[in-house]
Design a binder for this molecule. Structure first.
Ligand code: FES
Ligand code: FE2
Length: 416
């Protein structure tokens, strides 16, 4: 009764002829051609392929749903979604954070977060109640005490895999998934300077209107070091991908890696975001405990498929991605909505913090306004009979790296 089996519907949902056709095309790619060519356009437009990705990518990889600050105290609860599954992230009296399916075991109503101060999850339809470990507590009018006791012993909200990584909460619907942290090992050295001062999150607002493109278009735009010089004139010049002998640097991508990483230099150390975009005058002051290398560069890390990080001298700005359809993506960050910053207490204590946040948000919005038509154009081109196979230049190394990540993930799905 309480076993969650994500594979139950997998094959029925995923293996339509259209999906099979796309997978055959993908299967013909080898490691070399996947680095030279874009994936078939149908991977960005097909509702059936999107269903395949929901079942095989978003249900089997680690999805970031928020931050520990959002469930700071016992009794705190965060309602979220993973691959369209309603999920509750709760902190129990024991201090542990757990992820539970939010689907009531009675007849399947979606259970919302507990009311503040009430450490019990209550289904709104017939008031079955559960504790923060998912155990059934009460089931009114379901028979005598003995009958209810039998239910209490049998019924439990499915518990989902959860992993914390530097305060980010990741959930995985696949109970057999490999642990997350080893796949992010190459990012570890970047954290020490931030964590020496301690960071607290101002979580982003998640957009409620889907952006009209596939989630892959969104993350490709984020990771593309080539477009900044052309699309972001006036907002990104301070952090160019080519700067004399310096410029963008990449981290190697090995099989099993879950981070696609590039860094770019700034024209002056300690810069950051301000109301006009990247600037030597950062609205969030540079963090003193960062090593010089990290005060001179901005690191962009994509943790596919759900989290984007910008590690800047004054903050780590993050974007949460939640796909809503083949051509619909929800996102939350200082570029798309508001918030999504990790900040030291010294910045949070500044008397003009709100003005600084507004400046960062304004700068991010300017950059985003430049990206939006590009993303619309890329999505539109996926429908074109003239859609190209693509050619990647030296400033686009992260894109073939992402292709390899996708190839590995799709192949794992094809293998069953
Ligand atoms: S569906 Fe939840 S109590 Fe009936
Ligand atoms: Fe951009």
């Amino acid at each position: 009764m309480d076993t969650y089996t994500p594979s139950r519907t997998r094959h029925a949902v995923t293996r339509t002829p259209e999906v099979e056709g796309l997978l055959e095309q993908i299967d013909r790619l080898d490691e070399k051609t996947a680095q030279e060519k874009m994936l078939p356009a149908g991977c960005y437009t097909s509702p059936a392929f999107f269903a395949f990705e929901q079942a095989e990518v978003f249900s089997r990889t680690w999805i970031c749903v928020g931050r520990v600050e959002q469930v700071a105290q016992p009794g705190d609860c965060l309602a979220t979604e993973v691959a369209s599954e309603p999920v509750l992230v709760v902190r129990g009296d024991d201090g542990d954070i757990r992820a539970l399916s939010a689907i009531c075991r009675h007849r399947g109503e979606v259970i919302p977060c507990a009311e503040a101060g009430k450490k019990v999850l209550r289904c709104p339809l017939h008031y079955w109640t559960y504790d923060f470990q998912g155990r059934l507590v009460g089931a009114p009018r379901m028979g005598d005490a003995e009958a209810v006791q039998r239910l209490r012993q049998a019924v439990r909200l499915p518990s989902l895999r959860l992993e914390l990584w530097h305060g980010f909460i990741f959930v995985n619907l696949d109970e057999k998934a490999a642990p997350l942290a080893p796949s992010l090992a190459k990012l570890e050295p970047l954290w020490a300077g931030y964590e020496a001062t301690g960071l607290k999150a101002m979580p982003p607002v998640m957009s409620d209107t889907p952006l009209p493109w596939n989630w892959k278009v969104h993350v490709e735009n984020f990771t593309d070091a080539y477009h900044t010089e052309y699309v972001h004139i006036g907002t990104h010049d301070f952090a160019p991908s080519v700067l004399g002998d310096d410029g963008v640097r990449y981290m190697d991508m090995k099989p099993g890696d879950n981070a696609i990483v590039r860094s770019v230099p700034m024209r002056k150390p300690g810069g950051g975001m301000n109301s006009g975009g990247w600037s030597e005058d950062s609205a969030f002051p540079a963090i003193a405990t960062l090593p010089p290398e990290q005060r001179e560069r901005i690191t962009f890390a994509m943790l596919p498929p759900s989290l984007l990080l910008m590690m800047a001298p004054g903050t780590i700005a993050y974007t949460l991605i939640r796909p809503a359809g083949a051509e619909a993506t929800l996102a939350g960050s200082d570029r798309v909505t508001y918030g999504g910053w990790l900040l030291p207490q010294s910045t949070l204590d500044l008397p003009d913090l709100m003005e600084r946040c507004a400046a960062v948000s304004a700068g991010g919005s300017k950059i985003w306004a430049q990206d939006v038509p590009m993303n619309r154009g890329m999505q539109a081109s996926k429908h074109s009979r003239f859609s190209p196979d693509g050619i990647y230049g030296p400033l686009e190394t992260t894109l073939p790296q992402f292709n390899l990540w996708l190839l590995e993930t799709y192949r794992r799905a094809m293998a069953g």
